[in-house]
Design a protein around this ligand. Structure first.
Ligand SMILES: NC(=O)c1ccc[n+]([C@@H]2O[C@H](COP(=O)([O-])OP(=O)(O)OC[C@H]3O[C@@H](n4cnc5c(N)ncnc54)[C@H](O)[C@@H]3O)[C@@H](O)[C@H]2O)c1
Length: 282
């Protein structure tokens, strides 16, 4: 059910690859909530993915290619988006992540350092590049909102997440550092959402993803948050309802981040626990 939360707002959505992408769900919901936006991704992702399908579903949204690591691409993107939408934007979704070390199954104790640098550039520094470009071009309206997607591996060590953990820690730090400056100078909000593990193209690359999702489902009192629920929360952060929230990393994970051990997880390990109280997990 739509609530017109983004009625009249304009945005840029980075990172919709296919219909499992979190950015895809955000675009669908932003469209339902009355927003107009430009979709963007790398030229390769635009060629290989289904973004044209999404654009059609979203009122023939414009697609402007941009590599999030290339400042020249970003300058073109912002100038062109403002031209096509007739002015500054109100919201930006940064939904970008990639690690060649994860893709090539390099262990964290044996990373390739060129890959490592790329992981940080694509998955974290791209947020700085987007913010700096927007700031210099004065491309975001006062009261605007930038949301990026993080993961709890920024704070806690999770087997298999590799150098993406370092990228997420940097992403959250950039959110605070730029959040101060953009808030002070232009009243623009910048936040990260720390999302539950979610089955997407990027998510499926993480070692043992299905087992991890089973574990977090057992540990979270509200269960894992899915991509649609994440999209709903992005919309709230883009909307005027959250005008005074900035520089935060907000866990959207069904309570996982505050848990130490749950009955449902304990039941997997304990031979003596009477588990009549344990609700079935699947
Ligand atoms: N899936 C999960 O379990 C999960 C959990 C928490 C956070 N996240 C984060 O959510 C975000 C979106 O990932 P997703 O799960 O929807 O997967 P996804 O694979 O659908 O999205 C990742 C996107 O990043 C884009 N991308 C890669 N390199 C880029 C570059 N150089 N410039 C611009 N775009 C580039 C890809 O084309 C793709 O569209 C990522 O930051 C990811 O780390 C995902």
């Amino acid at each position: 059910m739509a609530h017109d939360l983004l009625n009249g707002k304009k945005g840029i959505i980075f990172g919709a690859l296919d219909n499992r992408s979190i950015a895809w769900k955000v675009a669908e919901m932003a469209h339902q909530e009355g927003a107009r936006f430009v979709l963007t991704n790398t030229p390769a992702a635009i060629r290989m993915g289904d973004i044209h399908q999404l654009a059609m579903k979203c009122g023939n949204a414009d697609i402007i290619p941009a590599d999030g690591t290339q400042v020249k691409d970003l300058e073109y993107l912002f100038r062109e988006a403002m031209k096509r939408m007739g002015g500054k934007v109100d919201f930006i979704l940064h939904s970008i992540g990639m690690s060649m070390n994860v893709r090539k199954k390099r262990a964290y104790s044996d990373v390739d350092y060129d890959f490592f640098a790329k992981t940080l550039d694509i998955s974290a520094i791209s947020l700085h590049k987007i913010l700096q470009t927007a700031f210099k071009l004065d491309a975001i309206h006062e009261g605007g909102s930038v949301v990026s997607l993080s993961y709890i591996a920024a704070q806690r060590t999770l087997y298999g997440y590799n150098d993406m953990a370092d990228a997420k820690a940097l992403l959250e730090s950039i959110t605070r550092s730029f959040g101060y400056i953009y808030g002070r100078e232009k009243k623009v909000r910048i936040n990260t959402i720390s999302q539950s593990p979610t089955l997407t193209t990027a998510g499926s690359g993480v070692k043992g993803m299905q087992d991890l999702m089973d574990f977090t489902e057992r540990m979270s009192p509200l269960g894992n948050a899915d991509a649609d629920e994440c999209a709903g929360f992005c919309i709230v952060l883009f909307s005027d309802i959250s005008r005074k929230i900035t520089m935060q990393n907000i866990f959207h994970d069904g309570g996982f981040s505050s848990m130490g051990m749950s009955l449902r997880a304990m039941s997997m390990y304990s031979r003596s626990l009477d588990c009549e109280d344990c609700p079935p997990v699947d």
